[in-house]
Structure formats: C-alpha cells, structure tokens
Design a protein around this ligand. Structure first.
Ligand code: 5GP
Ligand code: MG
Length: 178
C-alpha cells in the first residue's frame, strides 16, 4: 500500500476524494431539502472543517450565510479532553437556523461545548453536520442530524484534518499505519 509520511508518522490510504465528494453531495442535498424556505447560517469549527465546509456549502442550493469559530482539543494524535475557544462567535445567531459544521466528532466534547455556547444566544434551531464520526469513542449524548461517514477508532489525516498541523492539504483521507 502507498504509505505516506506526515511529519514523523506513516499513514495509509483510507477514504478516496471521490467517495468524500459523493457523500458531501448527498448530505448537501439533504440540507437543501430539509431547510426549504429557511436561510441557514453555517457555523464552521476551524481549523479542521474548512475544506469540508467549502465543498458542502457550494452544493447547498439555499440562500445561506457562513461564519467560523475556532476551537481546539487535540494535541498530536489524541484528545486533551479540554476544549479551548480561540476565536469566539462574532455573528448574531438570535432566531437564526444554525448548522454547525465539523470535520469529525470523536469524543463529542467539542460539539457538546459548542452546543452549550450556542444555547445562550437563542438561535431558532441548531443542527449538527459532520464529515465523520467515530461512534465507538463518543462520550456524550449527541443528536447528529447530518453525517457523511462513520469510521472506526483510528487517527486520520487529510481533507482538512491534520496531524500536528500537517496533512490538511492531502486530497484523500489517510489512516495511521498500525
Ligand atoms: P472531540 O471533542 O469530539 O473529541 O474531538 C473533536 C476534534 O478532534 C475534531 O474537531 C478534530 O479536530 C479532532 N480529531 C478527532 N479525531 C481526529 C482524527 O482522527 N484525526 C484528526 N486529525 N483530528 C481528529
Ligand atoms: Mg475540529
């Protein structure tokens, strides 16, 4: 298998860009269908979701807005269990239909933190849209309405996801070599 080196670790091919594209289109069509007559605000969690978000909103056929927040919980290949907010909410979400866009829901701690933050701002509704989930690692109860793919509990890079800052520009998703 074509193993690649990202920083100091080897990764092997896992999900092809074509497959990601297909799944992103499917989820975008679901959102377009479900949000007819509404003008959702896509709230994307940086850094990891930037490529997914860019592909997703271009497939959504609705009047919509996009904004970003920046949170971090991972260091290297593991979660620290603590969420740090690096760029906060800088848009008024009162009475807005918010769709949170995330690269991957792992323990769910970042998403739970995000939901808690948004609750205080009285949005009309909040839905979660994630490229990936690792269901075996979920530690909190989350209602994930939109999800492209579920994956096993292994560390991945590519398509916006990084290993210590590197690998976000890789088109396909790769998984750490065992
Ligand atoms: P959670 O708070 O759900 O445990 O972690 C969510 C965040 O951890 C994601 O937004 C993502 O940035 C990072 N993360 C979780 N799993 C992976 C993974 O396999 N690879 C990478 N690169 N980041 C991950
Ligand atoms: Mg993230």
């Amino acid at each position: 298998m074509d193993s690649i080196l990202v920083k100091d670790k080897h990764f092997v091919p896992f999900i092809k860009a074509e497959k990601l594209k297909e799944e992103v289109k499917r989820v975008a069509a679901e959102i377009t269908h479900d949000y007819q007559g509404k003008k959702p605000l896509f709230l994307c969690i940086l850094n990891g979701s930037f490529i997914f978000a860019a592909d997703l909103i271009r497939e959504v056929d609705l009047p919509c807005e996009i904004s970003f927040v920046k949170m971090t919980s991972y260091q290297g290949t593991g979660t620290t269990g603590k969420v740090r907010e690096l760029i906060g909410l800088n848009v008024d979400i009162t009475d807005r239909h918010v769709i949170i866009v995330e690269d991957i829901v792992d323990t769910g701690i970042t998403m739970a933190h995000m939901l808690e933050t948004l609750k205080g701002h009285n949005p009309a509704s909040v839905d979660i849209c994630t490229l990936l989930t690792k269901p075996d690692k979920l530690q909190v109860q989350l209602d994930i309405r939109y999800c492209c793919l579920s994956i096993p509990n292994d560390f991945i890079v590519g398509y916006g996801l990084d290993y210590d800052g590197y690998g976000r520009n890789i088109k396909d998703i790769y998984v750490i070599e065992k």
